[in-house]
Design a protein around this ligand. Structure first.
Ligand code: XMP
Length: 514
């Protein structure tokens, strides 16, 4: 592991953990979220520049309250406790935490008592975001108050000798307008960070790490054309060139022109060793007559693995499988606090892991957030068309042709889909919305074209805004844009005589129709 500076965010269950990690990274300092009970040994091994104890839902006096190890405060590493993290810090070091009668929630005016380091460059009064029940009522020995509000005497505290800090409010959220400055003060004035983590430094480090880990072995990578697998493939190609073999499977439910685009970009432009497998007929045969959305997903998932394994076998001995796993997947799968949630739709990764191949994994993006993946992709010369792509589901158009899937119906949807993308891009809404696409419905309706009665298909249009796909709202697209899309689809796509717009939010509806 290279000696880059890192800040550890100890996870006490806050919904803002990832936000804290990202705020740190915005300052070009690498951050990592770790369990709250990480030991002093483990921390010493990582040798971080500072620790941030996150907030969390617990009360320090609760029977299952997560507590940091006391030794953490004796490592001579700066610590910042946020909300619950500050209470935990105060409690462990001999201060007193008291249960509030009333929860404090919302904006508060922070009055700063000390501008020396932590609050350097701030105004005397600033707005901060509070969300807490308990509060620190007595400071631990060695601490002093550096900020207060009307309601909270110890809104910010510090033991400057030991470089231990605490804030009752949340500097990581946008509702604390000077929060970024406070976090950067902690990083640069207190932890002594330099801010050297950039997309290029990430690329250089990762290329070295991949070379070291993989040695002379071969790596196989399933390329989907999406952002994550594309960036992973280009990165690994940079590291080991021809030792990497990418497999791109045409599963018959891709968008129009997608296969050509992928081949052109990766084979011709990046000179990646790419195997293109046209398995359209195989997939469509298995999907024939299948109506149930979950069955469609399973069939596509299983078939993908089968084709992938067959192709991989042809490559000879392989040591590694590359995957475009991102940081949020890693944290979620490890979080001690996340409960199991009901499966609404089985997904979310293309095909999943080929189970009986017994390969080791290369996951070069597993420490990055999505926007960072984009920056890395950009730094390596990937086009905006790939980097800024809207998410596209693994089962592709199969879950957008509602009901029975045939090549003919897929082709109708492909043409309509193309019109949607073209018009949305032209109107500069492509990046404004989270996803925008067409769905082919399993009903026909009556229309009139010229003097003739028609009885044709209906296309539904779906465009949603969302931050992460978990919740979404239908996009308020301008009427004239909707009109253009509708006109073009009805005029240009044979077999369609009606277009409707989906105005449901998620929940209770989902983004995809199946
Ligand atoms: P839903 O429809 O559940 O979609 O609101 C949320 C996000 O997930 C995508 N999605 C999928 N992605 N395999 C995938 O890789 C799937 O089976 C799948 N189903 C939905 C969807 O496009 C949206 O971005």
């Amino acid at each position: 592991m290279s000696q880059q500076e890192v800040i550890l965010v100890l996870d006490f269950g806050s919904q803002y953990n990832q936000l804290i990690a990202r705020r740190v990274r915005e300052n070009r300092v690498f951050s990592r979220i770790v369990p709250h009970n990480i030991t002093a040994e483990e921390i010493r091994e990582i040798n971080p520049k500072g620790l941030i104890l996150s907030g969390g839902p617990a009360s320090i006096y609760g029977s299952h309250a997560p507590k940091p190890k006391k030794e953490l405060f004796e490592l001579d590493i700066p610590v910042l406790g946020i909300c619950y993290g500050m209470q935990a810090l105060a409690h462990m070091l001999g201060g007193k935490v008291t249960k509030a009668r009333k929860r404090e929630f919302g904006h508060a005016e922070l009055l700063i008592d000390d501008f020396e380091d932590f609050f350097a460059g701030l105004e005397e009064k600033t707005i901060c975001w509070m969300s807490h029940g308990d509060y620190v009522s007595q400071l631990p020995p060695g601490f002093k108050r550096i900020g207060h509000t009307d309601n909270t005497e110890f809104a910010a505290i510090a033991d400057k000798n030991r470089r231990l800090y605490g804030v009752q409010f949340h500097p990581e959220v946008a509702h604390t307008p000077r929060g970024s400055k406070i976090i950067s003060n902690f990083l640069f004035n207190i932890c002594g960070c330099e801010g050297t983590w950039t997309p290029q430094s990430f690329i250089d480090d990762t290329v070295n790490n991949i070379r070291e880990a993989v040695g002379k072995e071969k790596v196989v990578c399933g390329l989907s054309g999406g952002v994550d697998s594309s960036v992973a493939a280009v990165l690994i190609n940079k590291a080991i060139g021809k030792q990497l073999a990418c497999i791109f499977i045409n599963n018959g439910v891709l968008r129009k022109g997608e296969a050509d685009r992928v081949i052109k970009t990766f084979k011709k432009h990046f000179h990646i060793n790419l195997r293109y497998v046209n398995a359209e007929a195989r997939f469509l045969k298995r999907l024939k007559g299948v109506i149930d959305p979950e069955k469609k997903r399973k069939i596509i998932g299983h078939e993908f693995i089968r084709v992938f394994e067959e192709e991989a076998k042809k490559l000879g001995k392989i040591g590694y499988l590359a995957q475009g796993t991102l940081y949020p997947d890693v944290i979620e799968s490890k979080s001690a606090f996340g409960g199991p949630s009901a499966t609404i739709k089985s997904h979310h990764n293309v095909g999943g892991l080929p189970l009986n191949m017994k390969l080791k994994l290369v996951e070069p993006l597993r420490e990055l957030f999505k926007d960072e993946v984009r920056l890395v992709g950009k730094a390596m010369g990937l086009s905006n068309e790939i980097i800024l792509r809207q998410p596209f589901p693994g089962p592709g158009l199969a879950i957008r042709v509602i009901g029975d899937i045939t090549k003919e119906r897929l082709d109708i949807l492909r043409e309509a889909d193309l019109v949607v993308i073209e018009e949305i891009k032209k109107a500069e809404f492509y990046r404004e919305v989270w996803q925008s696409f067409a769905i082919l419905l399993p009903i026909k309706t009556v229309g009139v074209m010229g003097d003739e009665r028609t009885y044709e298909n209906v296309i539904a249009l779906r465009a949603v805004t969302s931050a992460d796909g978990m919740t979404a709202d239908w996009a308020r697209l301008p009427y004239d844009l909707l009109e253009r899309i509708s006109n073009r689809i009805i005029n240009e796509v044979r077999g369609v005589n009606r277009v409707v717009y989906d105005i449901s939010s998620k929940p209770p509806s989902t983004i995809e129709w199946e």
